[in-house]
Design a protein around this ligand. Structure first.
Ligand code: ASP
Ligand code: MG
Length: 469
């Protein structure tokens, strides 16, 4: 019997209409005689609100976090009221919602009573975990109402992680042991476990989260532990796209991608999948599908091993905003990277991600990415801090900092197809290229252009991809 893991994202859970889709998908797959396991995210926007509540608690603003708790209560209650449920099921769900939100208020209150300058990630993880726990219970209730044996399960019972709160990594061995003990017997009895995504626990039982969008990662870890045949990620887009449809209107769904290509896509800015979810699936050759919950008849994108001897194709282009640092000197760049790293850590709280570096006889070029979460003013703060760092050096080098766009074209074995590279370069005629790099994975080529040329270059590269088919 096939084992299928389906992950439903927040946008596919937020309304009665979306939940009706979820139900009909689950019923359909159940009829195909598959062993099913569901992974559930929080309703859309809920994790953001919970993190906001955690912040308000830290700055001792009880009115603020209570208002959020009230909004969350109304939203989840209204959803439950609108679903076709029996009185018993509804009453028990309403009680669950109240209990979980009391728990959240309790944690917030404790934080507010002990003011501190920073919010402990241990606390924000506890508060953020409420969203998934609410949603999984609602979905399990809906399944039971429809004669499916749905059981909500907190993944804190299953997924054992390290202690990196906010971005934890599961321990596969320990998690597999738990999953084999608790989940597999359920699957064998035709029960459909409805597991919370995103959250886990340290070995000593403290709740952790696995990074934003972490429910994808949960699905992939569970798939690895039970040797699932397939993982389907349900969201509100038709699949992985050839470009971000908000930026390029002619973007199309990509039918097939290899694990390497999709990992590269996530690394270079496509935000659909959690970047760390690919590796566990790749190791076990488990197929991954990205599908649209509102158009289940579409196949979506299938992600699997690369097909040997498939012709090289250009598949997608991504774009991310970066900044480049040009320094008039050559030689070892270690100290330069260290300086930039320190400056980044001090000004925006996280290390710099060097995407591309290049050198000539008397100049060094480094291209970094500033996370969007750092805010608009981050570039100016970095510039100021770099100025101070360089001024402290005995020989002040000449340097400039400029906003850039990094455009990355994805396709398998690109280095075997110089004619495709030529096509890409020709389409960029008239755009100044600051650097060009091919990734060691052989399936991406990045072009660095000035920020003001980014939109135009993105469109030109995308046109070239469509024409190359
Ligand atoms: N609810 C979490 C988030 O918003 C995890 C997820 O949606 O996958 O990041
Ligand atoms: Mg997501």
């Amino acid at each position: 019997m096939k084992t299928l893991i389906m992950k439903f994202g927040g946008l596919s859970l937020g309304t009665p209409a979306a939940l009706a889709q979820v139900l009909s998908i689950v019923l359909h797959e159940h009829q195909q005689n598959k062993r099913l396991l569901l992974v559930i995210s929080a309703l859309d926007g809920v994790t953001d609100m919970l993190l906001e509540a955690a912040y308000l608690a830290q700055v001792s603003n009880p009115r603020g976090y209570r208002r959020i708790a009230a909004t969350l209560r109304t939203r989840h209650m209204a959803l439950v009221e609108q679903l076709p449920l029996s009185t018993d099921e509804r009453t028990s769900l309403l009680a669950d919602i109240d209990r979980l939100l009391f728990e959240m208020l309790d944690i917030c209150q404790n934080v507010a009573n002990m003011p501190s300058d920073t919010l402990s990630p241990v606390v924000s993880d506890k508060i953020a975990s409420i969203g998934e726990r609410l949603a999984a219970r609602i979905v399990a209730g809906l399944l039971r109402q429809n004669k499916l044996r749905g059981v909500a399960i907190d993944s804190t019972e299953l997924i054992i992680t390290d202690q990196t709160h906010g971005n934890a990594t599961p321990n596969l061995e320990r998690t597999t042991a738990r999953v084999q003990e608790h989940l597999v017997p359920m699957l064998d009895r035709q029960i459909i476990p409805v597991v919370t995504g995103f959250i886990g626990t340290t070995p000593s039982g403290v709740v952790t989260t696995m990074g934003r969008g972490g429910s994808d990662y949960t699905a992939s870890i569970l798939a690895s532990c039970i040797h699932a045949d397939e993982v389907w990620i349900w969201s509100d887009v038709d699949g992985m796209m050839s470009a971000d449809p908000r930026e390029v209107s002619s973007a199309q769904t990509i039918p097939n991608l290899s694990y390497d290509e999709v990992a590269e896509l996530s690394y270079f800015g496509a935000r659909i999948l959690h970047p760390r979810m690919i590796r566990p699936l790749q190791e076990k050759h488990i197929a991954l599908y990205v599908k649209n919950v509102f158009k289940p008849q579409l196949v979506g994108t299938r992600i699997h091993d690369a097909v040997e001897a498939a012709p090289t194709r250009l598949k997608a282009v991504t774009s991310i905003q970066g900044i480049s640092l040009n320094v008039q000197r050559s030689g070892d760049i270690t100290d330069l990277v260290q300086t930039v790293n320190r400056v980044f850590a001090e000004t925006i709280g996280s290390g710099a991600d060097v995407m591309i570096s290049a050198q000539s006889s008397n100049e060094t070029f480094l291209c970094f990415v500033i996370p969007t979460s750092a805010g608009m003013e981050a570039v100016d703060s970095v510039r100021q801090a770099l100025h101070e760092a360089f001024s402290a050096q005995p020989q002040l080098p000449k340097w400039t900092l400029k906003p850039m766009s990094v455009l990355t074209v994805i396709g398998e074995n690109l280095d075997d197809a110089p004619h495709l590279l030529a096509t890409l370069l020709m389409c960029l005629d008239g755009v100044r290229l600051f650097a060009l790099a091919q990734a060691p994975s052989r399936c991406s080529i990045s072009f660095v252009v000035a920020a003001q040329d980014g939109k135009r270059a993105l469109k030109q590269l995308h046109d070239a991809i469509l024409k190359s088919e």
